[in-house]
Structures are given as structure tokens and as C-alpha cells.
Design a binder for this molecule. Structure first.
Ligand code: 13P
Ligand code: SF4
Length: 408
């Protein structure tokens, strides 16, 4: 059988959001609130908003957000992911991991507007799941996700066509899209009978797929896909990583036919910072420490840790842990700092000694939240997130397959 050799469609090898990821990293912990004007000095893409918002000090921003939120009342619901900064989290109505927030988005039909303090794919998912009369707003349009950007639609479609061609007559394959993807990709999953998953239900989603097909194409996070498949007993030798810059992802047709799991070559730059050395260092400092990491970490880190799970699970485990317990955590710094603040009777610290927030989550500065809320009060919807009807239809199929899985 002959296969078509295509050139990768991407012009850049690394998405800009990935290049910008380290812009906010610092060695000393000084994530203190400051006016947007000062934060704009960090040389990354920011959405421009009116200058009067940029100069506002943290106290004024806080007071005005409280006031405008009160005036808007039930018309607006504010959702916040666990990685948001404290100055944002204090104003949200619901906070959670990607799964819980997607449920929250569908559970408040009385609110005309959902202001999503998180990253683009999360707001887009809310727009897919909310009622038709509701509108979703993302305060800063530059808040994307570098992992999601690693799977551009054209490259994925090329890979899917190649796989279909190579596997023709050799068994079936289903796509599984991590929530951290654009709606178009979720739509591809829906069209092909696949499913969406989050870090809290990846195991159930992968099992669901293997119950229906011989192989899975998991994207975009190779680490979550690998970690989950290892838990289900899939052998490493049956996994291949699809490199979008190489013909057939860098494999022979025969190797692809043998594989049970094709992993897209994507990763999270925040979670791949964690290493087994950091875990060893923490264990030699505190022999009875518990190591808890997010499953976007590498498989070496996940297997060296004591526990792994979604941000919601990380919160639950630490909040319910006995006083005096010690926790080395492998996830984003804003969440780790918040858990440490909320649990002063426990020792909680981030395994990474460098303070490195998720640079796109961090771009939801309170000035943006205030701006979109005050726009709503004036009857204007700034930064509305929309999805075309065809994509909405198909991506909802894959999302609904996920929502029918047993609750995590
Ligand atoms: P959770 O679903 O666990 O919150 O993860 C989302 C995410 O983007 C982690 O990097
Ligand atoms: Fe994306 Fe990683 Fe940030 Fe999560 S932490 S939003 S996966 S870049």
C-alpha cells in the first residue's frame, strides 16, 4: 500500500505561547499583586485594554470588581480555574479543575454571561456546553494554552488521514482529545466517534475507547496519554509518539499498525519542569513526605511520586490530609501557594524551586476582569468566545460521551 508523504503545515516549530512560557519565571517568590502597567513590562503578548485600567492599583481593582459584580448580580457568573492568581480567585463564584468547571458552565442557565477566568480552551468548552442564550467571556484573549497550541488543526487532520490510510484494513482507531484542545479538534473526535477527556477521567475515557476500538490516537499531551495507558496496563512498546514534523509521524507504516496507542508529541511546559531529582531532594529533606503530582508530568515523575491526579484531586487530598503531614507538590505555583495558605497546619511546597506560573493563566490580571465586567454593565460584551454551529454540534458529541462516563 502506498502512503502520501506530506510536509508539516506549521510555519514555526514551536508555538509562540511555548516560547513565552518562561517569561514570568523568577527565583524569588514575588508573585505579589501589582498594577497591570508593571506586569506589561514582561515581554509577552498581552491584549490591549483602555489605559485607565492599566494604571489602577491592586486595592482599587479589588474594590471596583466587588462593586461591579454586586451591580451585575445574577446576570453574571464568574468561573475560575485553580491556577488563577489569588486576586482573581477571591471574586469567582465557582472554582475547579477543567472537568468541574465544564459542569459548572452548564449548571447556571439563569446567568446571561459566564466570565471565564482560565485559558481559551476552557472558555470555549463553556461556550460549547452552556445554554444558547448565554454568552461566554474570556477576560484576556492572549490567555491561550501552549499545549493546546502544539496541536494545530491542519497538522492533526494530516496525521489522521495518514493513520486512516496506513491502517486501512488493519483494525480500528479512535481519537481521544484532552480537554486542552481547540473546539475544532474536539469536533474531529465527535465526527470520528471519539471522546474528550480531562485529567480527572482520562482513565475511564481511554478504557471507553479501547472497549470500542483496537487503537487510540491521544492528543495533545503525550504525558497524560502515556501515564493513563500505563495505568491501564498498555505496554510502553505498544506506544508511539507522533512527531508532526516528520512523514508518518516519524514511524514506518508497520510500526503504526503494531501500536495500540499513538501519542501526539505535545506537552505542558509547566508540568515537564518537574523532575525525579526534585522528588529525591524533597525526600532526603523530609523522609516522611508525600509526593503528589499532576498527570501532565513525565511518566518517570508520576511513577516516582506517591500519588497523581487532577487539580481538583490535589486540592481534595491535601485539604483532607492530617495536620502535621508534609506535601511536595508537582503542579502550578498559584495553586500550591493557595493550598499552603489554606492549610497552615501542614507543610506544603512546590517541588520546583523556581517560581514559574503558567504564563497564560497568569495573563488574567484583575484589570482585565474589571474591564470585561464594567463593559457588561455598560451593555457591551467584550471578548465573547463563540464557536460555529458545525464545530459546536460535533464537539458536543465528544464532550457528551465524556459527560456520560461515571463521575470521577
Ligand atoms: P485540571 O483539569 O487538572 O485542572 O488540569 C488542567 C490543566 O490545564 C493542567 O495544566
Ligand atoms: Fe496549558 Fe500547561 Fe498552562 Fe495547563 S498549565 S493551561 S496545560 S500551559
Amino acid at each position: 500500500m502506498s502512503t502520501t508523504v506530506r510536509q508539516p503545515s506549521r510555519k514555526h516549530s514551536v508555538p509562540l505561547s511555548e516560547v513565552e512560557q518562561t517569561a514570568f519565571c523568577r527565583s524569588e517568590d514575588d508573585l505579589r499583586p501589582q498594577p497591570l502597567l508593571d506586569e506589561l513590562k514582561v515581554n509577552v503578548r498581552w491584549q490591549q485594554i483602555p489605559p485607565e485600567y492599566q494604571a489602577l492599583d491592586p486595592e482599587t481593582l479589588d474594590r471596583r470588581i466587588t462593586d461591579v459584580k454586586r451591580e451585575l448580580g445574577q446576570k453574571v457568573t464568574i468561573l475560575g480555574h485553580h491556577y488563577q492568581r489569588e486576586e482573581i480567585i477571591k471574586h469567582v463564584d465557582f472554582r475547579g479543575d477543567s472537568f468541574k468547571l465544564s459542569q459548572n458552565a452548564a449548571s447556571r442557565p439563569e446567568a446571561d454571561f459566564i466570565v471565564f477566568c482560565g485559558v481559551h480552551f476552557m472558555a470555549e468548552t463553556a461556550a460549547l456546553l452552556c445554554a444558547p442564550h448565554q454568552q461566554v467571556v474570556l477576560p484576556n484573549m492572549a490567555a491561550g494554552c501552549s499545549m493546546s497550541d502544539m496541536a494545530p488543526m491542519d497538522d492533526v487532520l494530516d496525521a489522521w488521514d495518514d493513520l486512516a490510510e496506513v491502517l486501512d484494513g488493519y483494525g480500528t482507531i479512535l481519537p481521544v482529545a484532552y480537554m486542552n484542545t481547540a473546539a475544532g479538534l474536539k469536533g474531529l473526535c465527535g465526527r470520528q466517534g471519539g471522546i474528550v477527556c480531562t485529567s480527572s477521567n482520562a482513565q475511564a475515557a481511554l478504557q471507553w475507547s479501547y472497549d470500542r476500538a483496537d487503537r487510540v490516537f491521544f492528543l495533545p499531551d503525550q504525558h497524560l496519554g502515556r501515564n493513563t495507558a500505563l495505568t491501564l496496563g498498555v505496554d510502553r512498546q505498544d506506544m508511539v509518539v507522533w512527531d508532526p514534523f516528520k512523514p508518518l509521524g516519524g514511524h514506518t507504516a508497520e510500526a503504526l499498525r503494531r501500536a495500540k496507542l499513538v501519542l501526539w508529541q505535545g506537552h505542558c511546559s509547566v508540568h515537564t519542569r518537574f523532575t525525579t531529582r526534585q522528588i529525591e531532594a524533597a525526600r532526603s529533606r523530609f523522609p516522611n513526605i508525600n509526593i503528589l503530582v499532576h498527570p501532565e508530568c513525565t511518566s518517570e515523575v508520576v511513577q516516582t511520586a506517591d500519588l497523581n491526579g487532577s487539580t481538583e484531586l490535589i486540592c481534595k487530598v491535601i485539604n483532607e490530609a492530617p495536620a502535621g503531614s508534609i506535601w511536595g507538590v508537582g503542579t502550578e505555583i498559584n495553586l500550591v501557594n493557595r493550598l499552603a495558605q489554606a492549610n497552615p497546619d501542614k507543610t506544603i511546597f512546590c517541588l520546583d524551586p523556581v517560581v514559574c506560573p503558567c504564563s497564560t493563566m497568569y495573563r488574567i490580571h484583575p484589570a482585565y476582569l474589571l474591564w470585561v465586567l464594567e463593559e457588561l454593565l455598560e451593555g457591551r460584551v467584550a471578548n465573547r468566545i463563540t464557536v460555529d454551529e458545525d464545530t459546536r454540534h460535533h464537539s458536543r458529541i465528544a464532550l457528551e460521551n465524556m459527560l456520560r462516563l461515571p463521575s470521577p
